[in-house]
Ligand binder design. Structure first.
Ligand code: G3P
Ligand code: MG
Length: 248
């Protein structure tokens, strides 16, 4: 099990936070332009097993496609526009493959938090395929941190590439956090910051877990969370909460 924690204290959510169309190469470039050293992004499988970036199950919100993304093969997904919904300046931006994102992160010298976001019913396969790809694509680099709300996907990742670091995602506090993270061999808990108190942070740290919180967009809140002992702030306001944000 990997025990080192090489990750910085600020992470750009979905690549470029709210300053670019989420989960695109353009977003990663915006994150890099703001000096960020680590990004979070969401991945799932196309019908033919290609790994690409998208947050929602469906294409409707963040592309000019519609319907369940995972029901389409990559040769259809690649034709879609994933930038114009955000701003016409980004027209022509595509959904990116994990392969392209790995290359872009490495060009920028950025670390990655790969959130496994399986299409409903594909949790095991997605966890397995993403873990294998992550191992291969980040060879010789700082290992990407895998995370998921899906226990099944994390179990599959654990089985497939046991020594890749994993974090359990929780949108709500779960009193069963310790048993779950131990069973999944997690190095970190990734949690909605609204669920945390100083006492909960202390309990997680006492159990040896690192803590990533999302999505923190107010500097005062970020400062408080870091003071409590939170390790990573995942933010949409990559301009206000930048890589030089004080960590004391
Ligand atoms: O990984 C942190 C955060 O991205 C989890 O929530 O819905 O933004 O993917 P969501
Ligand atoms: Mg995410």
């Amino acid at each position: 099990m990997t025990t080192a924690w090489p990750y910085p204290h600020i992470v750009a959510h979905r690549g470029g936070g709210s300053l670019a169309p989420e989960n695109t190469l353009a977003a990663i470039d915006v994150g890099a332009r703001h000096g960020h050293k680590m990004i979070e992004f969401d991945v799932k499988l196309a019908q033919d097993g290609q790994i690409f970036l998208l947050h929602d199950d469906t294409l409707d919100r963040t592309s000019d496609g519609w319907g369940v993304a995972g029901e389409l093969p990559w040769d259809k997904l690649v034709l879609l526009d994933a930038g114009n919904w955000y701003n016409s300046a980004y027209k022509g931006e595509r959904l990116p493959l994990l392969l392209e994102v790995a290359e872009r992160c490495q060009q920028h010298g950025m670390m990655a938090n790969i959130e496994i976001k399986p299409t409903t019913g594909t949790d095991d396969e997605t966890g397995r395929v993403v873990a294998l790809a992550a191992r291969l694509l980040w060879q010789g680099q700082t290992e990407p941190l895998l995370s998921s709300f899906s226990v099944e996907a994390l179990e599959a990742a654990q089985r497939t590439v046991p020594d890749l670091p994993r974090g359990l995602l929780l949108d709500e506090w779960d009193d069963n956090w310790q048993a779950l993270t131990e069973r999944l061999g997690c190095v970190s808990l990734h949690i909605n910051h609204k669920e945390l108190t100083a006492e909960r942070v202390a309990a997680l740290k006492a159990a040896g877990l690192r803590i990533l919180v999302y999505t923190v967009n107010q500097p005062a809140r970020a400062r408080l969370l870091l003071n409590w002992g939170v390790d990573c702030i995942c933010t949409d306001r990559i301009d206000l909460i930048g890589p030089d944000f004080p960590n004391e």
